[in-house]
Design a protein. Structure first.
Length: 501
């Protein structure tokens, strides 16, 4: 269906791809594997018309094509579901789906009824229970990911590229997506599927292609491959997953959260969070698990002081009660958040790495009231080295980094504030297994230095591996609390599914 020959692409003189060749056969799901920065997303953006400047050739249905923009690729029959959400926040779901391909009547006027109806059918198919008229800005990240999937499925495309489509959706939504993929395969569509969740690939992929440092190193059939073999092909070495050992010694109380409730902005009689209480100790990693809509992100935002007029309850750090009215006050008190949506909330994409890292620590990078370029560079270089951020230098623009390296820049910015409590909302979303391992090591090291860490994650193995204690949320409440040594995937999920306990 689609063939690429000797594709090369450079950014700021750095080779993102070098002479990459691949084939996407009809009726097959082809997994595209590789670490962050391996060139996966860059290659997919070339195939889908996002990047039109590159070396090499693309053959679509045996004809040479060179798309100038995504619209040309879509019209030809190639659709992409981006890892980074590509939606207009202040348009409705319907308007986002039909932007640039609006349905009109005989008079050339917008046929809103027809577009609304088709959107409703797609949302029902994907089991997203919201109105087609809902603004995208009012959706959580996971719900926006489902809308991104719906936008791609609206095309009758012959090639569908899925770049981390499950990175922010729940297990039930993953099952729905896999059912849709199976249907597309039966319709003889060619599917390119990028995911760092290797277990997914064994369920749906027919073939695999491995990229490493911008080059294709191997391809073949998924049948007979093992988890460890794929990892070794991706990184060229063995990866030993870091797991946190149990902590026996007593730790001092660092953070105390008592009776936190959060009302909905549109209706203050309805609760997003209801009577949340927990403690966090120095050196502890507290894992928080819950399905989409459980209130995990809203809890992190409340602890950061983002909803002062809607929240009630008390927050104390080192036995001092806080009255947080803004994120600045929270950061000054020692509480910082690595947000779920790095692109929207964590970075200034048009600025360089150095500036992004130092933005939250301007007091540390000033001399005589002026920004000190040397101090900024030293601060940035420290975290570029510590977090192994792949870049040409700290002067590289953040938008040109891979998703995983962008996430590391956000983490560096937060650590530069020297926090007491580090909150991580889906910290390894869209990050490959080696980069995850580096972040796990960093979390464990920070905890050993006395930092209190709260980690929200949708990945059960991650929660079980890295946490000392686990809270399970559902319907805006804490439904269960357990030591990690006593936790299993079964009892966590049982607590997380509303109505099961």
């Amino acid at each position: 269906m689609l063939r690429a020959e000797n594709i090369s692409k450079r950014f700021s003189g750095v080779a993102a791809l070098e002479n990459v060749c691949l084939e996407l056969p009809a009726g097959k799901v082809t997994a595209i594997l590789g670490e962050n920065g391996a060139g996966k997303s860059t290659l997919m953006k070339i195939l889908s018309g996002v990047y039109d400047e590159y070396e090499g050739q693309i053959f679509f249905k045996d004809k040479v094509v060179r798309f100038k923009n995504p619209n040309e690729a879509q019209n030809a029959g190639i659709a992409i579901i981006h890892q980074e959400l590509n939606l207009v926040p202040y348009l409705s779901i319907t308007e986002n789906l039909f932007l640039g391909r609006e349905i009109t009547n005989a008079l050339g006027m917008l046929n809103s009824k027809a577009m609304h109806s088709r959107t409703e059918i797609l949302l029902n198919k994907l089991k997203l229970n919201v109105s087609p008229d809902t603004l995208v800005a009012d959706l959580r990240v996971g719900q926006q990911q489902v809308v991104e999937i719906a936008k791609a499925l609206l095309y009758d495309a012959d090639v569908i590229i899925m770049d981390e489509p499950t990175s922010a959706i729940s297990e039930s939504e993953v099952d729905i997506l896999f059912g849709i993929i199976a249907g597309l395969r039966d319709e003889n569509k060619a599917i390119a599927y990028i995911s760092h969740k290797l277990n997914e690939l064994f369920k749906i992929a027919d073939n695999y292609i491995v990229l490493r440092d911008g080059k294709k190193v191997e391809d073949g059939a998924m049948g007979g491959m093992t988890h460890d073999q794929l990892i070794h092909k991706m990184v060229g070495r063995e990866i030993n997953i870091v797991r946190k050992s149990d902590i026996d010694k007593e730790k001092k109380l660092l953070l105390s959260v008592q009776n936190i409730s959060l009302s909905k902005a549109a209706d203050r009689n309805k609760k997003v969070l209801n009577n949340i209480s927990f403690d966090l100790h120095s050196g502890e990693v507290l894992g928080i698990f819950g399905l989409m809509g459980a209130g995990r992100t809203e809890l992190m935002e409340t602890l950061l002081g983002l909803h002062p007029d809607l929240a009630v309850g008390s927050i104390s750090i080192e036995n001092s009660k806080l009255n947080l009215r803004s994120a600045t006050e929270a950061i000054n008190a020692g509480i910082v958040l690595v947000p779920e949506d790095r692109k929207k909330d964590g970075l200034v994409l048009g600025m360089d790495i150095k500036t992004n890292i130092s933005l939250g620590s301007l007091a540390e990078t000033r001399s005589w009231g002026m920004l000190d370029n040397g101090k900024e560079h030293r601060l940035a270089d420290k975290y570029v080295d510590a977090l192994k951020i792949k870049c040409a230098s700290a002067k590289q623009t953040v938008k040109n980094l891979s998703g995983g390296n962008q996430q590391k820049v956000v983490l560096a910015k937060c650590l530069a504030t020297k926090p007491k409590v580090l909150m991580l909302d889906e910290p390894t979303r869209g990050i490959d297994i080696n980069a995850k391992n580096e972040i796990y090591k960093l979390i464990i090291e920070l905890a050993s230095q006395g930092l209190g860490i709260i980690m929200v994650s949708s990945e059960l193995p991650e929660i079980l591996a890295i946490s000392d204690r686990i809270l399970v949320m559902a319907d805006g409440e804490i439904k269960a609390e357990m030591a990690a040594c006593d936790a299993t995937e079964d009892n966590i999920l049982k607590a997380a599914i509303p109505g099961t306990i």
